[in-house]
Write a protein that binds this ligand. Sequence first.
Ligand code: C5P
Length: 302
Amino acid sequence: MLCQPAIRSLTVLAPAKLNLFLRIVRRRDDGFHELETVMTAINLFDTLRFDSCDSSEIQLRVIMAGTRNSLTSPSQPIPTGLDNLVGRAAQLIRQYAGVSHGVQITLTKRIPAAAGMGGGSSDAAATLSGLNRLWNLSLSRAELLDLAAQLGSDIGFFLGGGSTAVCRGRGEIVEPLSHSAGLHFVVARPATGLSTPQVFKHCRPDDQGPDLESFVESMKQSNSSRLVRLLHNGLQGPAESLNHEVQELRERFCSLPVLGHQMSGSGTSYFGICASARHAQTVAARLRASGVPWVHIARSCP
Ligand code: C5P
């Protein structure tokens, strides 16, 4: 996460993520699922600007990038009040720190919602770390991780220093994974999204097959031919059965010259791994020409 300090205001870039590996270990008694997942941040960012204000109000303004000041997109409205994860994160850290400061937050959205790319979670993490600095709270990383876990399962990943991590538990136990595999992606999202709880409701534990250790080894060795063979997402089957557009994207990617491909998180975004930025541009052009509504070229963040 990149922070640029300024007087009484701060701008934070909140990256999207892709799940390169996601194994459902088991369903837990608390209704969540125990996971083993490898997530990598990519260079697609929402922007959050935090401006101190003299009142004690927390105000949130959401701008959809590309649709000038429009607050909603027709298919996927993003909550703009304090029920937005950003508003909840701001209220939580303020309450925890025992302060009554106000803030005006301007969130510019570029990461698609309901896409399995962690946009809302990344925005919440940016809010926790941004307000920790803006309000000079000096909360430790452990305290921020604890607040993150209260708000959602994959928010802790975005607080991590590393851009790639193995996440376990609900997703909140984050172990940075250092690797030198600079990965090139083409990421696509169909017109419709999926609800994370719905997809988890339809999933089953991955009893056999996917092997986290082998996947992690292939990342550490930058062995991309092995890595693409070991891609796995245990949520893809249920997502395809709930949303035929995910299945259509898979079929489309099967006919494209990518090294490997799969859905990210609980969907509906879908990515292909490419050999270079130029390769990704060629694949993206083909996807756009075939009418896929949102296509983005990305790299794993260093
Ligand atoms: O933690 P988060 O708010 O992102 O989770 C949203 C929903 O996704 C949960 O309420 C739960 O239904 C499901 N989930 C799950 N197992 C996880 C993470 C999320 O079942 N590890």
